[in-house]
Write a protein that binds this ligand. Structure first.
Ligand SMILES: [Zn+2]
Length: 452
Protein backbone atom coordinates (compact mmCIF):
# COMPACT_ATOMS: atom_id res chain seq x y z
CA UNK A 1 0.00 0.00 0.00
CA UNK A 2 3.03 2.20 -0.03
CA UNK A 3 4.43 1.85 -3.47
CA UNK A 4 7.77 3.54 -3.66
CA UNK A 5 7.40 4.88 -0.16
CA UNK A 6 10.37 4.79 2.16
CA UNK A 7 9.19 3.01 5.24
CA UNK A 8 10.82 5.36 7.67
CA UNK A 9 9.15 5.01 11.01
CA UNK A 10 7.14 2.03 9.98
CA UNK A 11 6.47 -0.57 12.54
CA UNK A 12 5.56 -4.12 11.81
CA UNK A 13 2.22 -4.39 13.55
CA UNK A 14 1.33 -8.01 13.88
CA UNK A 15 3.61 -10.40 12.11
CA UNK A 16 0.69 -12.45 10.92
CA UNK A 17 -1.05 -9.59 9.21
CA UNK A 18 2.23 -8.16 7.95
CA UNK A 19 0.72 -4.75 7.77
CA UNK A 20 3.03 -1.83 7.67
CA UNK A 21 1.88 1.31 9.43
CA UNK A 22 3.62 4.52 8.74
CA UNK A 23 4.66 6.31 11.84
CA UNK A 24 6.70 8.97 10.23
CA UNK A 25 6.62 11.65 12.82
CA UNK A 26 8.26 14.47 11.06
CA UNK A 27 10.64 15.55 8.42
CA UNK A 28 13.59 15.57 10.79
CA UNK A 29 13.38 11.83 11.33
CA UNK A 30 12.14 11.00 7.88
CA UNK A 31 14.83 12.72 5.89
CA UNK A 32 17.82 10.69 6.91
CA UNK A 33 19.36 11.47 3.60
CA UNK A 34 21.29 14.40 4.92
CA UNK A 35 23.85 14.72 2.22
CA UNK A 36 27.34 15.28 3.42
CA UNK A 37 30.36 16.01 1.40
CA UNK A 38 33.98 16.74 2.11
CA UNK A 39 33.16 20.42 2.12
CA UNK A 40 30.36 19.79 4.62
CA UNK A 41 32.45 17.90 7.12
CA UNK A 42 33.17 20.30 9.96
CA UNK A 43 36.58 19.85 11.45
CA UNK A 44 37.62 17.40 8.77
CA UNK A 45 38.53 19.40 5.68
CA UNK A 46 40.24 16.41 4.11
CA UNK A 47 37.39 14.00 4.75
CA UNK A 48 36.31 11.53 2.13
CA UNK A 49 32.72 12.65 2.51
CA UNK A 50 29.56 11.34 0.89
CA UNK A 51 29.39 12.50 -2.69
CA UNK A 52 25.71 11.89 -3.34
CA UNK A 53 22.57 10.14 -2.17
CA UNK A 54 21.06 7.51 -4.41
CA UNK A 55 17.32 7.06 -3.93
CA UNK A 56 16.08 3.65 -5.08
CA UNK A 57 12.72 2.01 -5.54
CA UNK A 58 12.93 -1.48 -3.96
CA UNK A 59 10.00 -2.79 -5.97
CA UNK A 60 11.51 -1.78 -9.28
CA UNK A 61 14.76 -3.57 -8.46
CA UNK A 62 14.01 -6.23 -5.84
CA UNK A 63 17.40 -8.01 -5.91
CA UNK A 64 20.79 -6.38 -6.22
CA UNK A 65 24.45 -7.26 -5.83
CA UNK A 66 26.59 -8.96 -8.46
CA UNK A 67 27.86 -11.59 -6.08
CA UNK A 68 24.50 -13.24 -6.61
CA UNK A 69 22.27 -11.24 -8.88
CA UNK A 70 22.21 -9.80 -12.35
CA UNK A 71 21.44 -6.33 -11.12
CA UNK A 72 23.30 -4.07 -8.78
CA UNK A 73 23.10 -0.46 -7.73
CA UNK A 74 23.40 2.02 -10.60
CA UNK A 75 26.74 3.40 -9.51
CA UNK A 76 29.09 5.38 -11.63
CA UNK A 77 32.71 4.51 -12.03
CA UNK A 78 34.67 4.95 -8.79
CA UNK A 79 31.52 5.08 -6.65
CA UNK A 80 31.30 2.89 -3.56
CA UNK A 81 28.47 1.95 -1.22
CA UNK A 82 29.57 0.84 2.24
CA UNK A 83 27.52 -1.80 4.07
CA UNK A 84 28.01 -3.20 7.57
CA UNK A 85 26.36 -6.39 8.79
CA UNK A 86 25.55 -8.20 12.03
CA UNK A 87 25.45 -5.35 14.55
CA UNK A 88 24.97 -3.50 16.62
CA UNK A 89 27.71 -4.62 18.98
CA UNK A 90 28.41 -1.48 21.01
CA UNK A 91 32.15 -1.80 21.55
CA UNK A 92 33.02 -2.24 17.88
CA UNK A 93 29.98 -0.69 16.22
CA UNK A 94 30.49 2.58 18.09
CA UNK A 95 34.06 2.78 16.83
CA UNK A 96 32.85 2.16 13.30
CA UNK A 97 30.39 5.02 13.73
CA UNK A 98 33.17 7.32 14.94
CA UNK A 99 35.38 6.44 11.99
CA UNK A 100 32.57 7.03 9.52
CA UNK A 101 31.70 10.30 11.23
CA UNK A 102 35.29 11.48 11.04
CA UNK A 103 35.08 11.07 7.26
CA UNK A 104 31.44 12.22 6.97
CA UNK A 105 30.63 8.96 5.27
CA UNK A 106 27.15 7.45 5.23
CA UNK A 107 26.61 3.72 5.06
CA UNK A 108 23.92 1.05 5.23
CA UNK A 109 23.73 -1.22 8.27
CA UNK A 110 22.08 -4.65 8.10
CA UNK A 111 21.21 -5.16 11.73
CA UNK A 112 20.32 -8.42 13.44
CA UNK A 113 17.10 -8.53 15.46
CA UNK A 114 18.60 -10.17 18.53
CA UNK A 115 21.47 -7.68 18.51
CA UNK A 116 18.97 -4.84 18.33
CA UNK A 117 17.15 -6.29 21.30
CA UNK A 118 20.40 -6.38 23.25
CA UNK A 119 21.44 -2.91 22.16
CA UNK A 120 18.48 -0.82 21.06
CA UNK A 121 20.47 2.34 21.70
CA UNK A 122 23.01 1.07 19.16
CA UNK A 123 20.29 1.01 16.51
CA UNK A 124 19.15 4.48 17.41
CA UNK A 125 22.72 5.75 17.09
CA UNK A 126 22.71 4.60 13.50
CA UNK A 127 19.63 6.69 12.84
CA UNK A 128 21.03 9.70 14.67
CA UNK A 129 24.18 9.51 12.55
CA UNK A 130 22.10 9.53 9.38
CA UNK A 131 22.92 6.02 8.18
CA UNK A 132 20.47 3.72 6.45
CA UNK A 133 19.15 0.94 8.68
CA UNK A 134 18.12 -2.43 7.25
CA UNK A 135 17.63 -5.94 8.65
CA UNK A 136 19.44 -9.24 8.56
CA UNK A 137 17.02 -11.74 10.25
CA UNK A 138 16.34 -12.17 13.94
CA UNK A 139 19.04 -14.66 14.96
CA UNK A 140 21.41 -14.76 11.98
CA UNK A 141 20.89 -18.50 11.56
CA UNK A 142 23.21 -20.80 9.67
CA UNK A 143 21.83 -22.47 6.56
CA UNK A 144 19.15 -19.86 5.97
CA UNK A 145 18.79 -21.00 2.36
CA UNK A 146 17.63 -24.42 3.56
CA UNK A 147 14.92 -23.09 5.83
CA UNK A 148 11.30 -23.89 5.16
CA UNK A 149 9.37 -20.88 3.86
CA UNK A 150 7.53 -20.56 7.14
CA UNK A 151 10.67 -20.64 9.23
CA UNK A 152 12.40 -18.16 6.94
CA UNK A 153 9.43 -15.82 7.15
CA UNK A 154 9.56 -16.05 10.92
CA UNK A 155 13.23 -15.06 10.95
CA UNK A 156 12.61 -12.15 8.61
CA UNK A 157 9.51 -10.90 10.40
CA UNK A 158 11.02 -11.15 13.86
CA UNK A 159 14.15 -9.36 12.72
CA UNK A 160 12.10 -6.52 11.31
CA UNK A 161 9.96 -6.36 14.43
CA UNK A 162 12.97 -6.27 16.76
CA UNK A 163 14.79 -3.51 14.88
CA UNK A 164 11.58 -1.56 14.51
CA UNK A 165 10.97 -1.85 18.23
CA UNK A 166 14.51 -0.65 18.93
CA UNK A 167 14.00 2.38 16.71
CA UNK A 168 10.80 3.20 18.53
CA UNK A 169 8.49 5.93 17.44
CA UNK A 170 11.17 7.70 15.46
CA UNK A 171 11.19 4.90 12.97
CA UNK A 172 13.82 4.81 10.30
CA UNK A 173 13.87 1.25 9.02
CA UNK A 174 14.52 0.95 5.30
CA UNK A 175 12.91 -1.87 3.28
CA UNK A 176 16.28 -3.46 2.61
CA UNK A 177 17.25 -6.98 3.68
CA UNK A 178 20.39 -9.07 3.40
CA UNK A 179 20.20 -12.85 4.01
CA UNK A 180 22.65 -14.09 6.65
CA UNK A 181 25.70 -15.55 4.97
CA UNK A 182 24.15 -14.36 1.68
CA UNK A 183 22.17 -17.59 1.82
CA UNK A 184 19.33 -16.64 -0.45
CA UNK A 185 16.50 -18.91 -1.54
CA UNK A 186 13.58 -18.53 -3.94
CA UNK A 187 11.11 -18.70 -1.08
CA UNK A 188 12.85 -15.86 0.73
CA UNK A 189 13.12 -13.81 -2.43
CA UNK A 190 9.44 -14.27 -3.17
CA UNK A 191 8.42 -13.39 0.35
CA UNK A 192 10.52 -10.25 0.48
CA UNK A 193 9.26 -9.19 -2.92
CA UNK A 194 5.71 -9.55 -1.64
CA UNK A 195 6.61 -7.14 1.17
CA UNK A 196 8.25 -4.67 -1.18
CA UNK A 197 11.62 -5.25 0.47
CA UNK A 198 14.79 -5.14 -1.58
CA UNK A 199 17.31 -7.96 -1.14
CA UNK A 200 20.88 -6.79 -1.00
CA UNK A 201 23.70 -9.08 -1.87
CA UNK A 202 27.03 -7.30 -2.46
CA UNK A 203 29.53 -6.67 -5.21
CA UNK A 204 32.58 -7.66 -3.21
CA UNK A 205 33.45 -8.62 0.37
CA UNK A 206 36.70 -8.08 2.26
CA UNK A 207 36.53 -11.39 4.14
CA UNK A 208 36.51 -9.53 7.45
CA UNK A 209 34.55 -12.33 9.12
CA UNK A 210 37.49 -14.67 8.63
CA UNK A 211 40.45 -14.98 10.96
CA UNK A 212 42.71 -12.73 8.97
CA UNK A 213 44.67 -9.65 10.02
CA UNK A 214 43.24 -6.19 9.50
CA UNK A 215 45.91 -5.55 6.88
CA UNK A 216 44.48 -8.40 4.85
CA UNK A 217 40.98 -6.92 5.14
CA UNK A 218 42.34 -3.66 3.79
CA UNK A 219 44.19 -5.43 0.99
CA UNK A 220 41.14 -7.41 -0.10
CA UNK A 221 38.81 -4.44 0.08
CA UNK A 222 41.04 -2.29 -2.10
CA UNK A 223 42.12 -5.04 -4.46
CA UNK A 224 38.54 -6.07 -5.16
CA UNK A 225 37.38 -2.49 -5.44
CA UNK A 226 40.13 -1.78 -7.95
CA UNK A 227 39.12 -4.90 -9.88
CA UNK A 228 35.50 -3.79 -10.14
CA UNK A 229 36.01 -0.06 -10.21
CA UNK A 230 32.84 0.52 -8.17
CA UNK A 231 30.24 -1.35 -6.16
CA UNK A 232 28.78 -2.43 -2.85
CA UNK A 233 31.42 -3.34 -0.26
CA UNK A 234 30.38 -5.90 2.36
CA UNK A 235 31.88 -5.35 5.84
CA UNK A 236 30.93 -6.19 9.44
CA UNK A 237 30.74 -3.54 12.16
CA UNK A 238 30.98 -6.20 14.88
CA UNK A 239 34.53 -7.17 13.89
CA UNK A 240 37.57 -5.64 15.60
CA UNK A 241 39.65 -6.22 12.46
CA UNK A 242 37.17 -4.14 10.52
CA UNK A 243 37.50 -1.34 13.06
CA UNK A 244 41.25 -1.54 12.56
CA UNK A 245 41.09 -1.67 8.77
CA UNK A 246 38.38 0.90 8.06
CA UNK A 247 40.39 4.13 8.56
CA UNK A 248 43.02 2.97 6.09
CA UNK A 249 40.37 1.81 3.62
CA UNK A 250 38.68 5.21 3.68
CA UNK A 251 41.98 7.03 3.32
CA UNK A 252 42.94 4.84 0.36
CA UNK A 253 39.56 5.44 -1.26
CA UNK A 254 40.05 9.16 -0.90
CA UNK A 255 43.57 8.99 -2.27
CA UNK A 256 42.53 6.91 -5.27
CA UNK A 257 39.60 9.06 -6.23
CA UNK A 258 36.69 6.95 -5.03
CA UNK A 259 33.44 8.48 -3.89
CA UNK A 260 31.01 7.24 -1.28
CA UNK A 261 27.33 7.00 -2.22
CA UNK A 262 24.60 6.85 0.40
CA UNK A 263 21.59 4.75 -0.59
CA UNK A 264 18.09 5.40 0.70
CA UNK A 265 14.68 4.10 -0.37
CA UNK A 266 12.28 6.32 -2.20
CA UNK A 267 9.51 8.01 -0.26
CA UNK A 268 6.56 10.10 -1.20
CA UNK A 269 8.68 13.12 -0.31
CA UNK A 270 11.80 11.86 -2.01
CA UNK A 271 11.34 10.18 -5.41
CA UNK A 272 13.84 7.70 -6.70
CA UNK A 273 16.88 8.88 -8.58
CA UNK A 274 16.25 8.67 -12.34
CA UNK A 275 18.25 5.85 -13.86
CA UNK A 276 18.43 3.83 -17.04
CA UNK A 277 17.81 0.05 -16.89
CA UNK A 278 21.28 -0.67 -18.24
CA UNK A 279 22.82 1.09 -15.27
CA UNK A 280 21.49 -1.72 -13.07
CA UNK A 281 22.85 -4.49 -15.20
CA UNK A 282 25.50 -6.97 -14.28
CA UNK A 283 29.09 -5.95 -14.21
CA UNK A 284 31.35 -8.68 -15.48
CA UNK A 285 32.43 -10.65 -12.41
CA UNK A 286 36.11 -10.47 -11.64
CA UNK A 287 38.26 -13.50 -11.07
CA UNK A 288 39.60 -11.85 -7.96
CA UNK A 289 36.19 -11.48 -6.42
CA UNK A 290 34.50 -14.25 -4.54
CA UNK A 291 31.13 -15.25 -5.92
CA UNK A 292 28.58 -17.04 -3.82
CA UNK A 293 25.93 -19.19 -5.44
CA UNK A 294 26.52 -17.86 -8.90
CA UNK A 295 27.16 -19.67 -11.08
CA UNK A 296 25.39 -22.52 -9.37
CA UNK A 297 27.28 -25.56 -8.20
CA UNK A 298 26.05 -28.70 -9.96
CA UNK A 299 24.45 -31.21 -7.65
CA UNK A 300 25.72 -34.72 -8.21
CA UNK A 301 23.34 -37.55 -7.45
CA UNK A 302 25.65 -40.33 -6.45
CA UNK A 303 22.84 -42.83 -6.06
CA UNK A 304 22.33 -42.70 -9.78
CA UNK A 305 25.98 -43.05 -10.64
CA UNK A 306 25.46 -46.57 -11.97
CA UNK A 307 22.95 -45.33 -14.49
CA UNK A 308 25.13 -42.62 -15.94
CA UNK A 309 25.25 -42.94 -19.70
CA UNK A 310 28.52 -44.04 -21.21
CA UNK A 311 30.12 -41.56 -23.55
CA UNK A 312 29.23 -42.37 -27.09
CA UNK A 313 32.01 -43.33 -29.44
CA UNK A 314 31.12 -40.74 -32.04
CA UNK A 315 31.76 -38.14 -29.36
CA UNK A 316 35.00 -39.63 -28.18
CA UNK A 317 37.11 -38.42 -31.04
CA UNK A 318 38.11 -41.95 -32.07
CA UNK A 319 36.41 -41.96 -35.42
CA UNK A 320 38.93 -44.07 -37.28
CA UNK A 321 37.59 -47.41 -36.23
CA UNK A 322 40.28 -48.16 -33.67
CA UNK A 323 38.02 -48.69 -30.71
CA UNK A 324 35.32 -50.34 -32.75
CA UNK A 325 37.73 -52.74 -34.40
CA UNK A 326 38.95 -54.03 -31.06
CA UNK A 327 35.58 -55.66 -30.49
CA UNK A 328 35.26 -57.06 -33.97
CA UNK A 329 36.87 -60.49 -33.46
CA UNK A 330 33.97 -61.46 -31.29
CA UNK A 331 31.54 -60.54 -34.01
CA UNK A 332 33.23 -62.30 -36.84
CA UNK A 333 31.14 -65.47 -36.61
CA UNK A 334 27.93 -63.55 -36.61
CA UNK A 335 29.18 -61.37 -39.41
CA UNK A 336 29.84 -64.41 -41.55
CA UNK A 337 26.53 -65.98 -40.57
CA UNK A 338 24.69 -62.84 -41.59
CA UNK A 339 26.67 -62.36 -44.75
CA UNK A 340 28.32 -59.23 -43.52
CA UNK A 341 31.60 -58.90 -45.39
CA UNK A 342 34.68 -58.75 -43.25
CA UNK A 343 37.12 -55.98 -43.86
CA UNK A 344 39.92 -57.05 -46.16
CA UNK A 345 42.48 -55.44 -43.98
CA UNK A 346 42.05 -54.67 -40.34
CA UNK A 347 42.69 -51.08 -39.35
CA UNK A 348 45.82 -50.26 -37.46
CA UNK A 349 46.75 -51.74 -35.05
CA UNK A 350 46.39 -55.10 -36.77
CA UNK A 351 44.04 -57.46 -35.12
CA UNK A 352 45.30 -60.76 -33.87
CA UNK A 353 43.30 -63.72 -35.16
CA UNK A 354 44.76 -65.96 -32.51
CA UNK A 355 42.36 -67.60 -30.09
CA UNK A 356 41.82 -65.64 -26.90
CA UNK A 357 43.93 -68.13 -24.95
CA UNK A 358 47.06 -66.89 -26.64
CA UNK A 359 46.32 -63.30 -25.82
CA UNK A 360 48.71 -63.58 -22.88
CA UNK A 361 51.61 -63.79 -25.31
CA UNK A 362 51.56 -60.08 -25.77
CA UNK A 363 50.75 -59.17 -22.21
CA UNK A 364 53.69 -58.16 -19.99
CA UNK A 365 52.34 -59.79 -16.85
CA UNK A 366 54.78 -61.46 -14.43
CA UNK A 367 54.18 -65.20 -14.24
CA UNK A 368 52.70 -66.66 -11.11
CA UNK A 369 55.60 -69.10 -10.75
CA UNK A 370 58.01 -66.20 -10.44
CA UNK A 371 56.56 -65.42 -7.08
CA UNK A 372 56.45 -69.08 -6.12
CA UNK A 373 60.16 -69.34 -6.75
CA UNK A 374 60.77 -66.39 -4.54
CA UNK A 375 58.88 -67.91 -1.65
CA UNK A 376 60.02 -71.54 -2.11
CA UNK A 377 63.27 -71.57 -4.02
CA UNK A 378 63.93 -75.28 -3.41
CA UNK A 379 60.59 -76.42 -4.68
CA UNK A 380 60.98 -74.27 -7.73
CA UNK A 381 64.24 -75.93 -8.71
CA UNK A 382 62.77 -79.36 -8.30
CA UNK A 383 59.76 -78.44 -10.33
CA UNK A 384 61.63 -76.83 -13.17
CA UNK A 385 64.68 -79.01 -13.55
CA UNK A 386 63.85 -82.76 -13.73
CA UNK A 387 62.82 -83.20 -17.32
CA UNK A 388 62.85 -81.38 -20.53
CA UNK A 389 59.16 -82.04 -20.88
CA UNK A 390 58.51 -80.39 -17.56
CA UNK A 391 60.81 -77.58 -18.48
CA UNK A 392 58.91 -77.00 -21.66
CA UNK A 393 55.68 -76.95 -19.71
CA UNK A 394 57.16 -74.63 -17.16
CA UNK A 395 58.56 -72.38 -19.81
CA UNK A 396 55.23 -71.93 -21.42
CA UNK A 397 54.93 -69.48 -24.28
CA UNK A 398 53.31 -67.06 -21.95
CA UNK A 399 55.99 -67.39 -19.29
CA UNK A 400 58.60 -67.21 -22.01
CA UNK A 401 57.23 -63.98 -23.23
CA UNK A 402 56.96 -62.57 -19.74
CA UNK A 403 60.52 -63.50 -19.02
CA UNK A 404 61.68 -61.86 -22.22
CA UNK A 405 60.39 -58.63 -20.86
CA UNK A 406 62.44 -59.09 -17.73
CA UNK A 407 65.69 -60.39 -19.09
CA UNK A 408 67.25 -60.46 -22.51
CA UNK A 409 68.74 -63.81 -21.54
CA UNK A 410 65.34 -65.36 -21.66
CA UNK A 411 65.40 -64.95 -25.41
CA UNK A 412 67.75 -67.89 -25.61
CA UNK A 413 65.32 -70.16 -23.82
CA UNK A 414 62.59 -69.15 -26.20
CA UNK A 415 64.74 -70.03 -29.16
CA UNK A 416 65.72 -73.31 -27.53
CA UNK A 417 62.18 -74.42 -26.92
CA UNK A 418 61.16 -73.45 -30.37
CA UNK A 419 63.63 -75.97 -31.72
CA UNK A 420 60.52 -77.84 -32.79
CA UNK A 421 59.37 -81.43 -32.80
CA UNK A 422 62.03 -82.55 -35.32
CA UNK A 423 64.86 -81.93 -32.90
CA UNK A 424 66.58 -84.94 -31.33
CA UNK A 425 65.33 -86.13 -27.99
CA UNK A 426 68.71 -85.69 -26.26
CA UNK A 427 69.10 -82.32 -27.83
CA UNK A 428 65.66 -81.34 -26.69
CA UNK A 429 66.36 -82.49 -23.19
CA UNK A 430 69.64 -80.65 -23.01
CA UNK A 431 68.31 -77.50 -24.50
CA UNK A 432 65.30 -77.69 -22.28
CA UNK A 433 67.49 -77.89 -19.22
CA UNK A 434 69.27 -74.78 -20.38
CA UNK A 435 65.94 -73.21 -21.00
CA UNK A 436 64.80 -74.10 -17.51
CA UNK A 437 67.97 -72.68 -16.04
CA UNK A 438 67.61 -69.47 -17.98
CA UNK A 439 64.01 -69.26 -16.96
CA UNK A 440 65.07 -69.40 -13.34
CA UNK A 441 67.62 -66.68 -14.02
CA UNK A 442 65.01 -64.64 -15.72
CA UNK A 443 62.73 -65.18 -12.76
CA UNK A 444 65.48 -63.95 -10.47
CA UNK A 445 65.87 -60.87 -12.62
CA UNK A 446 62.17 -60.42 -12.40
CA UNK A 447 62.26 -60.56 -8.65
CA UNK A 448 65.01 -58.00 -8.65
CA UNK A 449 62.99 -55.76 -10.88
CA UNK A 450 59.98 -56.10 -8.63
CA UNK A 451 61.96 -55.20 -5.56
CA UNK A 452 63.24 -52.00 -7.06
ZN1 LIG B 1 25.71 -11.53 8.59
Amino acid sequence: MHDGVFMVGKVLVGVRTRQWVTLCLGLLTCSIASIASAADCPGHPDALGTSRTLVVDPKAHPRIGTMQYAETLPLRDHEVVLTFDDGPLPHNSNQILEILASQCVKATFFTVGSMAQNSPEGVRKLREAGHTIATHTQTHPIGFDRFSPERAKQEIDQGIASVTAALGEGGGLAPFFRPPGLRRSPAVEDYLASLGIQIWSADFPADDWRHIPASRVYDLAMKRLEAKGKGILLLHDIQARTVAALPRILLAMKARGYHIVHVVPATSQQPNTPTEPLQWQLHPPSETVAILHWPGIPRFVYADAGALPAPSLPDSGFHDGLLVSLAEPFDRTNRRAHGVPLPQQAPWPRLSLSPPGNAAIVLPVPAQNIFEIQEKPGAAVQTDAPSSRHAEQTVSPAADSRASLISVGAGASRRAIRGGPNSGRAQRAGVSQIAAHRTRMAAGAGRGALRH
